[in-house]
Design a protein around this ligand. Structure first.
Ligand SMILES: C[S@@+](CC[C@H](N)C(=O)[O-])C[C@H]1O[C@@H](n2cnc3c(N)ncnc32)[C@H](O)[C@@H]1O
Length: 172
Protein backbone atom coordinates (compact mmCIF):
# COMPACT_ATOMS: atom_id res chain seq x y z
CA UNK A 1 0.00 0.00 0.00
CA UNK A 2 1.37 3.41 -0.93
CA UNK A 3 1.43 6.42 1.38
CA UNK A 4 -1.20 7.94 -0.94
CA UNK A 5 -3.49 4.94 -0.29
CA UNK A 6 -3.04 5.40 3.46
CA UNK A 7 -3.68 9.14 3.30
CA UNK A 8 -6.77 8.60 1.12
CA UNK A 9 -8.71 7.31 4.16
CA UNK A 10 -8.75 10.78 5.70
CA UNK A 11 -8.30 12.84 2.54
CA UNK A 12 -11.86 14.20 2.13
CA UNK A 13 -11.50 17.42 4.13
CA UNK A 14 -13.68 20.45 3.38
CA UNK A 15 -10.74 22.01 1.50
CA UNK A 16 -10.13 18.94 -0.68
CA UNK A 17 -13.85 18.50 -1.44
CA UNK A 18 -14.17 22.18 -2.38
CA UNK A 19 -11.17 21.94 -4.71
CA UNK A 20 -12.44 18.75 -6.37
CA UNK A 21 -15.91 20.27 -6.84
CA UNK A 22 -14.46 23.37 -8.49
CA UNK A 23 -12.17 21.35 -10.76
CA UNK A 24 -15.04 19.03 -11.75
CA UNK A 25 -17.07 22.09 -12.70
CA UNK A 26 -14.18 23.39 -14.82
CA UNK A 27 -13.78 20.01 -16.54
CA UNK A 28 -17.51 19.78 -17.32
CA UNK A 29 -17.55 23.23 -18.93
CA UNK A 30 -14.32 22.48 -20.90
CA UNK A 31 -15.14 19.02 -22.11
CA UNK A 32 -18.91 19.05 -22.51
CA UNK A 33 -19.02 15.79 -20.57
CA UNK A 34 -22.33 16.85 -19.11
CA UNK A 35 -23.97 17.46 -22.46
CA UNK A 36 -22.89 14.04 -23.71
CA UNK A 37 -24.60 12.46 -20.72
CA UNK A 38 -21.90 9.90 -20.08
CA UNK A 39 -23.15 7.00 -18.00
CA UNK A 40 -20.52 4.36 -18.74
CA UNK A 41 -17.74 5.84 -16.62
CA UNK A 42 -15.30 3.32 -15.21
CA UNK A 43 -12.51 4.12 -12.78
CA UNK A 44 -9.09 2.53 -13.24
CA UNK A 45 -6.53 2.62 -10.44
CA UNK A 46 -3.14 2.50 -12.12
CA UNK A 47 0.30 4.01 -12.28
CA UNK A 48 1.00 4.84 -15.92
CA UNK A 49 4.75 4.89 -15.39
CA UNK A 50 5.30 2.39 -12.61
CA UNK A 51 2.91 -0.53 -13.03
CA UNK A 52 4.46 -3.75 -14.35
CA UNK A 53 3.07 -5.49 -17.39
CA UNK A 54 1.71 -4.13 -20.64
CA UNK A 55 0.68 -0.48 -20.54
CA UNK A 56 -3.06 0.20 -20.32
CA UNK A 57 -4.92 1.17 -23.48
CA UNK A 58 -8.35 2.17 -24.71
CA UNK A 59 -9.36 5.10 -22.49
CA UNK A 60 -11.67 7.85 -23.80
CA UNK A 61 -10.79 10.35 -21.10
CA UNK A 62 -8.07 10.67 -18.48
CA UNK A 63 -8.64 13.18 -15.70
CA UNK A 64 -6.40 14.08 -12.81
CA UNK A 65 -6.22 16.59 -10.02
CA UNK A 66 -3.06 17.56 -8.17
CA UNK A 67 -1.31 14.45 -9.47
CA UNK A 68 1.15 15.86 -12.03
CA UNK A 69 3.44 17.50 -9.48
CA UNK A 70 3.93 14.11 -7.80
CA UNK A 71 5.40 12.52 -10.93
CA UNK A 72 9.02 13.42 -11.70
CA UNK A 73 9.02 12.82 -15.47
CA UNK A 74 6.12 14.89 -16.80
CA UNK A 75 7.09 14.32 -20.44
CA UNK A 76 7.05 10.54 -19.98
CA UNK A 77 3.74 10.69 -18.12
CA UNK A 78 2.09 12.70 -20.89
CA UNK A 79 3.47 10.34 -23.54
CA UNK A 80 2.16 7.30 -21.62
CA UNK A 81 -1.21 9.00 -21.15
CA UNK A 82 -1.41 9.75 -24.88
CA UNK A 83 -0.68 6.10 -25.65
CA UNK A 84 -3.37 4.98 -23.20
CA UNK A 85 -6.07 6.98 -25.03
CA UNK A 86 -8.16 5.92 -28.00
CA UNK A 87 -7.77 8.13 -31.10
CA UNK A 88 -9.74 11.29 -30.38
CA UNK A 89 -9.49 10.65 -26.62
CA UNK A 90 -9.00 13.57 -24.24
CA UNK A 91 -7.21 14.62 -21.09
CA UNK A 92 -8.32 17.08 -18.42
CA UNK A 93 -5.61 17.60 -15.82
CA UNK A 94 -5.69 20.19 -13.06
CA UNK A 95 -2.63 21.10 -11.05
CA UNK A 96 -0.80 23.95 -9.39
CA UNK A 97 0.49 26.89 -11.33
CA UNK A 98 4.17 27.54 -10.67
CA UNK A 99 4.60 28.33 -6.97
CA UNK A 100 7.50 29.07 -4.64
CA UNK A 101 7.41 25.78 -2.74
CA UNK A 102 5.23 27.03 0.11
CA UNK A 103 2.13 25.06 -0.93
CA UNK A 104 3.36 21.88 0.74
CA UNK A 105 4.67 21.28 4.21
CA UNK A 106 8.50 21.18 4.01
CA UNK A 107 8.37 17.59 5.32
CA UNK A 108 6.00 16.43 2.58
CA UNK A 109 7.40 13.61 0.46
CA UNK A 110 6.99 12.90 -3.22
CA UNK A 111 6.81 16.51 -4.37
CA UNK A 112 8.66 16.62 -7.68
CA UNK A 113 7.48 19.98 -9.01
CA UNK A 114 6.62 23.33 -7.47
CA UNK A 115 3.66 23.62 -9.79
CA UNK A 116 4.13 24.24 -13.49
CA UNK A 117 4.47 27.21 -15.85
CA UNK A 118 1.49 26.80 -18.20
CA UNK A 119 3.54 27.26 -21.37
CA UNK A 120 5.91 24.47 -20.29
CA UNK A 121 2.97 22.09 -20.05
CA UNK A 122 1.59 23.26 -23.39
CA UNK A 123 4.91 22.43 -25.00
CA UNK A 124 5.20 19.04 -23.25
CA UNK A 125 1.64 18.12 -24.25
CA UNK A 126 2.36 19.00 -27.89
CA UNK A 127 5.58 16.96 -27.80
CA UNK A 128 3.60 14.02 -26.37
CA UNK A 129 1.33 14.08 -29.43
CA UNK A 130 -1.67 16.07 -28.21
CA UNK A 131 -3.57 18.70 -30.17
CA UNK A 132 -6.34 21.17 -29.32
CA UNK A 133 -4.36 22.08 -26.20
CA UNK A 134 -5.96 24.55 -23.82
CA UNK A 135 -4.75 25.88 -20.49
CA UNK A 136 -7.33 27.71 -18.43
CA UNK A 137 -8.12 28.54 -14.83
CA UNK A 138 -9.53 25.64 -12.78
CA UNK A 139 -9.81 27.07 -9.27
CA UNK A 140 -7.58 28.38 -6.50
CA UNK A 141 -6.71 26.92 -3.12
CA UNK A 142 -6.50 29.28 -0.13
CA UNK A 143 -3.82 28.14 2.27
CA UNK A 144 -1.82 29.84 5.03
CA UNK A 145 -3.10 33.28 4.11
CA UNK A 146 -2.18 32.85 0.45
CA UNK A 147 -3.99 31.74 -2.67
CA UNK A 148 -2.57 29.09 -4.98
CA UNK A 149 -4.15 29.06 -8.46
CA UNK A 150 -4.74 25.79 -10.32
CA UNK A 151 -4.76 25.47 -14.10
CA UNK A 152 -6.83 23.03 -16.13
CA UNK A 153 -4.98 21.45 -19.05
CA UNK A 154 -7.26 19.94 -21.69
CA UNK A 155 -6.07 18.35 -24.91
CA UNK A 156 -7.02 15.76 -27.48
CA UNK A 157 -5.25 12.85 -29.12
CA UNK A 158 -5.53 13.11 -32.93
CA UNK A 159 -8.08 10.86 -34.65
CA UNK A 160 -6.89 7.62 -36.23
CA UNK A 161 -5.36 8.16 -39.64
CA UNK A 162 -4.56 11.77 -38.92
CA UNK A 163 -1.20 12.89 -37.67
CA UNK A 164 -0.63 15.58 -35.05
CA UNK A 165 -1.08 19.03 -36.54
CA UNK A 166 -3.00 17.76 -39.60
CA UNK A 167 -6.35 19.52 -39.96
CA UNK A 168 -9.52 17.65 -38.99
CA UNK A 169 -12.20 17.08 -41.63
CA UNK A 170 -14.87 19.83 -41.62
CA UNK A 171 -17.77 18.84 -39.42
CA UNK A 172 -15.79 16.40 -37.30
C1 LIG B 1 -2.10 15.19 -3.51
S1 LIG B 1 -2.91 13.71 -3.96
C2 LIG B 1 -4.31 14.39 -4.80
C3 LIG B 1 -5.55 13.59 -4.49
C4 LIG B 1 -6.84 14.14 -5.12
N1 LIG B 1 -6.75 13.99 -6.58
C5 LIG B 1 -7.06 15.58 -4.75
O1 LIG B 1 -6.77 16.47 -5.54
O2 LIG B 1 -7.55 15.81 -3.64
C6 LIG B 1 -1.87 13.12 -5.22
C7 LIG B 1 -2.46 11.98 -6.04
O3 LIG B 1 -1.52 11.65 -7.06
C8 LIG B 1 -1.55 10.25 -7.23
N2 LIG B 1 -0.29 9.81 -7.83
C9 LIG B 1 0.96 10.11 -7.42
N3 LIG B 1 1.86 9.51 -8.23
C10 LIG B 1 1.15 8.83 -9.17
C11 LIG B 1 1.50 8.02 -10.29
N4 LIG B 1 2.77 7.76 -10.60
N5 LIG B 1 0.50 7.48 -11.03
C12 LIG B 1 -0.80 7.72 -10.73
N6 LIG B 1 -1.19 8.48 -9.69
C13 LIG B 1 -0.22 9.02 -8.92
C14 LIG B 1 -1.75 9.69 -5.83
O4 LIG B 1 -2.30 8.40 -5.86
C15 LIG B 1 -2.72 10.71 -5.22
O5 LIG B 1 -4.05 10.30 -5.46
Amino acid sequence: MTSFDERAREWDSDEHIATATAVAKAIRSAEKVQQRGLTNVRVADLDLLGDPGPPPRGFDLVISQLMLHHVSDTAALLRATNEALVPGGRIAMADLDAEDGTFHDPAAEGIHHRGFPRETLRSLAADAGFEDIHLGDATAIPRNGRTYPLFLLTARKPDAGRRQGEAAQPGL
